[in-house]
Design a binder for this molecule. Structure first.
Ligand SMILES: [Zn+2]
Length: 256
């Protein structure tokens, strides 16, 4: 479990209609070592957010201000734990918002897996979501995309061994997906990503501050809660400053 710094924001931009108080959130991402190939999930902010955030992100910095060192980019953090970016076989995208696209284009041999609904929307978002999609992050030449849809929309099992499953959880974004990871010793770990930003979202006390469909978002939380209950998974919410503190963090600690 890694993070690329924090976003300084206001409570209302994370929890709908819950006020103007300052709220700092971590920007998590994940590295999985699997015998069939290394996997990066999301990758946090792009390195450009550490170099010149306003040039790369534009006015959205006024709502979500990234505080990140250049050294926190996901490729260098992989190197810090002995993982060569060239060895990463898959980059899995929960969705394509700006604090999740840092891996795209930085793992030269990786296939990038995303929902087709999310990919298509990212090129033509509604006005209210436009600031969250940085086209320069995902509209690059030479990328190897695999876009999920149709019968492969939900519960796609990456290796066919149950280790990495993608769970379709639209709402926060139209093609959002979460991840159910089953580790040999730890067991099931449910990465809600932004289907539940925080435990308040998980417990139906908040809707996302940025949302495509509130009804879908509520249905997706209900779906993930059923999965967590059925599997007894460890639940990792997307951006909860307190919940995130409780987990073992790279580069020093990890789950096996
Ligand atoms: Zn998001």
């Amino acid at each position: 479990m890694f993070q690329t710094g924090i976003l300084k924001t206001k409570l209302k931009f994370i929890k709908m209609n819950q006020g103007e108080s300052d709220f700092d959130i971590p920007v998590p991402w994940f590295l999985i070592k699997h015998p069939a190939g290394n996997i990066v999930i999301d990758g946090g902010n792009a390195i450009e957010a550490a170099i010149d955030k306003r040039a790369h992100w534009g006015a959205v910095v006024d709502a979500y201000d990234p505080v990140m060192e250049v050294s926190e980019n996901c490729a260098d953090q992989c190197r810090s734990v002995g993982v060569d970016p060239g060895s990463v076989r898959y980059v899995l995208q929960s969705h394509l918002h700006l604090d999740h696209t840092g891996a795209i284009g930085h793992f030269p041999n990786a296939q990038i897996i995303c929902q087709r609904a999310e990919y298509d929307y990212a090129f033509n978002p509604h006005w209210f979501a436009r600031g969250a999609y940085i086209r320069a992050d995902f509209d690059r030449p030479g990328l190897n995309w695999k876009l999920l849809g149709g019968e492969y929309t939900d519960n796609y099992d990456l290796f066919g061994d149950g280790a990495v499953r993608m769970i379709f959880t639209p709402g926060h974004a139209p093609g959002h997906q979460s991840f159910l990871i089953t580790l040999p010793k730890t067991g099931p770990v449910l990465l809600t990503i932004d289907a539940a930003y925080t435990l308040d979202h998980w417990e139906n006390k908040a809707l996302p501050g940025l949302v495509h469909s509130s009804a879908d978002a509520a249905n997706s939380v209900a779906k993930l809660r059923r999965i967590a209950s059925d599997t007894n998974a460890m639940v990792v919410t997307g951006h909860d400053p307190d919940n995130w503190q409780t987990f073992l963090k790279a580069p020093h600690d990890f789950y096996d």
